[in-house]
Write a protein that binds this ligand. Structure first.
Ligand SMILES: CC(=O)N[C@H]1[C@@H](OP(=O)(O)OP(=O)(O)OC[C@H]2O[C@@H](n3ccc(=O)[nH]c3=O)[C@H](O)[C@@H]2O)O[C@H](CO)[C@@H](O)[C@@H]1O[C@H](C)C(=O)N[C@@H](C)C(=O)N[C@H](CCC(=O)O)C(=O)O
Ligand SMILES: Nc1ncnc2c1ncn2[C@@H]1O[C@H](COP(=O)(O)OP(=O)(O)OP(=O)(O)O)[C@@H](O)[C@H]1O
Ligand SMILES: N[C@H](CCC[C@H](N)C(=O)O)C(=O)O
Ligand SMILES: [Mg+2]
Length: 495
C-alpha cells in the first residue's frame, strides 16, 4: 500500500516527503521493524516513540507516522494524535477485518478469561469457527500464540483480526481490558456484543479512582449500537450483569439492545435454585428463550455468573438453550481457574488466578462451602500494580483461611519484602493470629511448606498465578508454574 493510500483513512494529515512510498508493513515498536515498514511514533507514558525513529530507519523503515516533522531522511505522515492514527491506519491497512466476523468483547474486573472459554465451547459445538484472544493465549484456527498482554496494541490487534479472517473465523471472542479501552487499543473495532462481568477494585495504580476505572469499562458500551438496522446479523448487544451496580451506568451509555443477566435481580437470563458442591454447580435457568436445568462441572457461584453471560450471548446468536446446556455441561475446567492438582493425595490442592480482593473472596467463599478440613491459602500481590489492593487482599484471605502463606507473585521491579509488608496490615486489621501466617518471599518454599503441613481433608488454595508459567523478577521471567511446583511438592512428601 502507498503512503498516500494509507493516509486516506484520516481527514487531517500532512505528508512530508514522497506520498508514493510503498508500505509493506506497519508497526509501533521499533524493535519489530522490517525493511519497507511504516513506523508509528507513539508518545507513551514512559518513553516517546519519536525517539526511536532513527532505530526504525536503521532497520529499514520506509516511512513514519509522527505528531511533528522530524529531521530525518524518510517520508513522514504527520497526524494530530498518533495513538488514534495507530488504530485508524492499522484498521485501514488490514482492510477493516473486524467487519468480516462477529467480535464479542468481554470486559470487567474478574471472569473475562473464563467467560471467553465458555462461549467458545458453545460456539464451537455449533460448528462455528472461533478465534480467541485474552490473558492465557490467542487462538487463530489451530494455531496458539503467547500473549504479552490481555488485549493487544491496536496495530497487533488488527493484524490478528486479519489472520482470523484468513482462517474463515465466524466469531472472535476477546477480552477487552480497561487499559486497552483507556489507551484506545480497541478504537474503531466493530463489536457484535459487549459483555460486562463485574466491577470491583483493581488497577487503581493506573486508573486512580473507581469512577475512572468504571468510565474506561463504559467505553465498550458507549460505542455500541449506534445506527439501528433491520438486519439481525448486524445488530449489537450490550450484555450486562444486573447484579452489579455499574450496569445501570452502562445501560444509559449504550444504544445497543440490552440483555441483562444475574441471580438476585429480575433480568432476561437468570439463575435460580443454585446448588453448589466441590464437584460443580447446578441451577435452574430462566430466560426470555425458555427454561432449562444446568449441571455444570465448574465450581463456585461466580462461575454461574460467567455461565449466564455466555448463555445470554449465545441466545443472542440464536443458539438453542438445549445446545447451550449440552456444551456448558461438558466443559470441565478453564486452565488455571480452580484447577485441581491431583497426584492422588488425600488433601485438595487448587490453583486459581484470583489476584484481586473480589477474586479471592469468590474463590475462598466457594472453598469454605465445601472444605471439610482446614483452608490453607498461598498468595501474593503483583509488583508495579495497584498497591492499595494489597492490604485488602490480606484481609480477605485472612477472613477465610486457617493458615496463610504470604509470598511473591511477580514482584517485577519492586522489592518483594516491601510488597509483603504492604499485605501485612490487612491481617493485623482483622487480628489474624501471627502464628498462623508465614511471610516467605520464595514462592516455591511457600508452596512446599503449605503442602507439607496439609492434613487429609484440608484444602490448599494457591492463588494469583493460575495458568502463568513464570515469576517476573526485575523484568526477567523465571520459569515458574504453580501446578508443577505443587505436584513436585506433593510427590516430595510422599503424597
Ligand atoms: C499502562 C500500559 O498499558 N502501558 C502500555 C503502553 O505503554 P506506553 O504508552 O507507556 O508506551 P511506552 O512504553 O512509553 O512506549 C511508547 C512507544 O514507544 C515504542 N517503543 C518503546 C521502546 C523501544 O525500544 N522502541 C519503541 O518503539 C513502544 O512500542 C510504544 O509504541 O503501550 C505499550 C506499547 O503497546 C505497552 O507495552 C504498555 O504496557 C505495559 C508494559 C503494561 O504492563 N501494561 C499492562 C498494565 C496492561 O496493559 N494490562 C492490561 C490489563 C490486564 C488485565 O487485568 O486484564 C492488558 O491488556 O494486558
Ligand atoms: N465472575 C466472576 N466474579 C468474581 N470473581 C471471578 C469471576 N470469575 C472468576 N473469578 C475469580 O477471578 C479469577 C480470575 O478469573 P479470570 O481469569 O476469568 O478473570 P479475568 O477478568 O480474565 O482476569 P484478568 O483481568 O487478569 O484478565 C478466577 O481465578 C476466580 O478466582
Ligand atoms: N492482568 C493482571 C494479572 C495479574 C496476575 C498476577 N499474577 C500479577 O502478576 O499481579 C495484571 O496485569 O494486573
Ligand atoms: Mg483475563
Amino acid at each position: 500500500m502507498k503512503l498516500q493510500e494509507l493516509a486516506s483513512a484520516l481527514l487531517i494529515t500532512h505528508i512530508h516527503g514522497n506520498a508514493e512510498t510503498e508500505i509493506t508493513g506497519i508497526e509501533a515498536d521499533s524493535r519489530k521493524i522490517k525493511p519497507g515498514y511504516l513506523f508509528l511514533c507513539i508518545p507513551g507514558l514512559t518513553v516517546d516513540g519519536h525517539d526511536y525513529a532513527p532505530k526504525a530507519i536503521a532497520l529499514g523503515a520506509s516511512a513514519l507516522v509522527t505528531e511533528r516533522v522530524l529531521d530525518l531522511p524518510i517520508p513522514q505522515l504527520v497526524v494530530k494524535d498518533a495513538r488514534y492514527a495507530m488504530a485508524a491506519l492499522s484498521a485501514h491497512f488490514y482492510g477493516y477485518p473486524s467487519k468480516e466476523m462477529k467480535i464479542i468483547g468481554f470486559t470487567g474486573t474478574n471472569g473475562k478469561t473464563t467467560s471467553t472459554y465458555l462461549l467458545e465451547k458453545i460456539l464451537r459445538d455449533q460448528g462455528f469457527i472461533t478465534g480467541l484472544m485474552g490473558t492465557i493465549e490467542m487462538k487463530i484456527g489451530d494455531n496458539y500464540y503467547e500473549m504479552e498482554r490481555t488485549t493487544q496494541e491496536a496495530v497487533d490487534l488488527q493484524s490478528s483480526f486479519r489472520k482470523m479472517c484468513e482462517h474463515k473465523t465466524d466469531y472472535c471472542l476477546m477480552e477487552v481490558s480497561s487499559h486497552a479501552l483507556e489507551l484506545g487499543r480497541v478504537k474503531g473495532i466493530h463489536f457484535r456484543s459487549g459483555i460486562f462481568t463485574n466491577l470491583t477494585q483493581d488497577h487503581l495504580d493506573y486508573h486512580k479512582t473507581m469512577e475512572a476505572y468504571a468510565a474506561a469499562k463504559g467505553l465498550l458500551f458507549s460505542r455500541l449500537g449506534n445506527g439501528f438496522t433491520s438486519n439481525p446479523a448486524e445488530r449489537q448487544y450490550a450484555i450486562l450483569n444486573a447484579d452489579d451496580e455499574a450496569s445501570a451506568i452502562f445501560s444509559k451509555l449504550t444504544a445497543a439492545q440490552i440483555i441483562t443477566y444475574g441471580i438476585s435481580q429480575e433480568c432476561d437470563v437468570r439463575a435460580a435454585n443454585i446448588r453448589m458442591s466441590a464437584k460443580g454447580t447446578e441451577f435452574q435457568l430462566i430466560s426470555f428463550a425458555g427454561e432449562a436445568y444446568f449441571q455444570m462441572k465448574l465450581v463456585g457461584k461466580f462461575n454461574v455468573y460467567n455461565a449466564l453471560g455466555a448463555i445470554a450471548a449465545a441466545l443472542a446468536e440464536g443458539i438453542s438453550l438445549e445446545a447451550i446446556r449440552n456444551s456448558l455441561e461438558s466443559l470441565s475446567v478453564v486452565e488455571g481457574r480452580m484447577e485441581v492438582v491431583d497426584e492422588g493425595q488425600e488433601y485438595l490442592v487448587l490453583v486459581d488466578y484470583a489476584h484481586t480482593p473480589d477474586g479471592l473472596e469468590n474463590a475462598l467463599s466457594t472453598i469454605s462451602e465445601f472444605a471439610e478440613g482446614k483452608v490453607i491459602t498461598v498468595f501474593g500481590c503483583g509488583g508495579d500494580r495497584d498497591r492499595t489492593k494489597r492490604p485488602i487482599m490480606g484481609k480477605v484471605t485472612a477472613a477465610y483461611s486457617d493458615y496463610l502463606y504470604v509470598t511473591s507473585d511477580n514482584p517485577r521491579t519492586e522489592d518483594p519484602e516491601a510488597i509483603l509488608a504492604d499485605i501485612r496490615p490487612g491481617l493485623q486489621e482483622v487480628n489474624y493470629p501471627a502464628e498462623k501466617a508465614e511471610f516467605i518471599v520464595d514462592r516455591k518454599k511457600a508452596i512446599q511448606k503449605a503442602i507439607e503441613g496439609a492434613g487429609p481433608k484440608d484444602v490448599i488454595l494457591i492463588a494469583g498465578k493460575g495458568h502463568e508459567t513464570y515469576q517476573d523478577i526485575m523484568g526477567v521471567k523465571h520459569d515458574f508454574d504453580d501446578r508443577l511446583v505443587a505436584k513436585a511438592a506433593i510427590r516430595g512428601r510422599g503424597r
